[in-house]
Design a protein around this ligand. Sequence first.
Ligand code: FAS
Ligand code: PHB
Length: 394
Amino acid sequence: MHTTVGIIGGGPAGLLLARLLHNAGIDSVVLERRDRGYVERRQRAGILEQATVDALRAAGAGERMDREGMPHDGIELRFDRRSHRIDFPALTGGRSVMVYAQTEVVKDLIALQLADGGPLLFDAEVRGVDGADTDRPSVRYVHEGREQTLTCDYVVGCDGFHGVAKGAVPESVRTTYERVYPYSWLGILAEAPPVYDELIYAHSRRGFALATMRSPSVSRLYLQVPGGTDPADWSDERIWDELDARFATDADPGWKLERGPVTGKAVLPMRSHVTEPMRYGRMFLAGDAAHIVPPTGAKGLNLAAADVIVLARALINERDAGSTELLDAYSDTCLRRVWRAEHFSYFMTTMLHTDPAQSAFETRLQLSQLDRVAASPHAAAELAENYTGLPLPG
Ligand code: FAS
Ligand code: PHB
C-alpha cells in the first residue's frame, strides 16, 4: 500500500493530522496499535486551549464539542487556606478555555475519519520505520496477523511516549532532555456532581490536589501521591477524605466535595521530556512522540494539536507552492512552543506540589510565588496567558 502521509498512531495528534490533511485533499493512512474501544476509553486530558478549539471547529470536528463542551473563564488557586481566582478574559484580553475531554475529541475525530477519511487501521502495530532519510520512507506493521509495508512520501510519528518512530532518528542526531518528578498523580473519575464551577488547583502541605470535571454529573479529581503508588492502596473513602483535607480553605470553612461512586482510578507518573529534532529526513514527530509535560499546566493535548496544525500547513504549502520552507522550519517552529509549555508546566508543577524531600525554605518560596500571583495582575497575567495558550505561529 502507498500513501502520501503515513501516520503512526491514532491518538489526538494522528487523528487531527489525518483530518486536516483530508480536508486539504492530501491522502494519508493512520496505523493504530490498539482497538477502537481502547483508544476511545483512554482517560487523559480535559482542557482545550482556544487554538485547539478553533482548529477542531475549522476541521469540522467541533459540533459536539460546542454542544457538550463547557467554556471556562478562570481557575481557582487554593493555598495556605486562602482562595484566589484567576480571571482569564480580564487578564488576557478575552481568552478562555474549553472543558471537553480528550476521550470525546478522539471519538469525534475517529467518527469523521471512518465516515469519509482515508484508511484508519486499528490493531495495526507498527514495528519500524525504514528509509526515513530517503525519498521513499516506509512503515512496517503487523495487521490481521500479517507483516505488511506502507510506502509513503512522508511519515509522521504520532505514536506517543512509548512509540517506535523516534527510534528511527539515529542516536547521533537525536538529543533527549528529561526531568522525572519525585511524585505522581492518582486520578479518579466519579459519578459525583462537581460542587465547583471552575477547576481548583490546591497547594497544601499534605500534597497537591486538582478538581476538574467531565460533565455536570461527573467529577475528575487528582491527588499527588508518591511515585510507584498502587491505586489499590487508596480506598474511595481515603481518597475523598484526603481531597477534602487538601482543598480546605478559610474562604469557605464548610467546603466539601460531593461524593459518589468512583468509576476509574489510575496512577500517572510525572515527567518532562523533549526529543530533538522533531524531524529526520522525511519523517516528522508530533505530540507525545516528541515531548511530554507534567499535566499540571493542561498542555499535553494542546501541544500535540499545535504540532500537527503547523505540520499540516507545511505539507499543504509544499504541495501547493512546491516549497519545503515550512517543512524545513517545522522542528524549530514547534520546539519554540514546546519549550514554552515545558517551562510553564514545570513552573505550575513545582509551585503547587509538595516534594516530600523539600525543605521548609522551599515551601515558603512556593507560598511566596502563589501570594505574588494572587497579589499582582502582572504575575497573574503571565499564568493566564500560558494556561489559555499562546497564539499559534504564523
Ligand atoms: P497518544 O499517546 O495519545 O497517542 C499515541 C497513539 O499511538 C496511541 O493510541 C497508541 O496506541 C499508538 N501507538 C503507540 N505505539 C504504536 C505503534 N508501535 N504502532 C501503532 N500505534 C502505536 N494531558 C493533559 O493535558 N491533561 C491530563 O490530565 C493528562 N492526563 C494524562 C494521563 C495519562 C495516563 C497519559 C499517558 C497522558 C496524559 N496527558 C494529559 C497527556 C495526553 O493528553 C497527551 O498529551 C496526548 O494523549 C498526546 O496525544 P498524542 O500525541 O496523540 O499521543
Ligand atoms: C483534566 O480535566 O483531566 C485536567 C485538567 C487540567 C489539568 C490536568 C487535567 O491541568
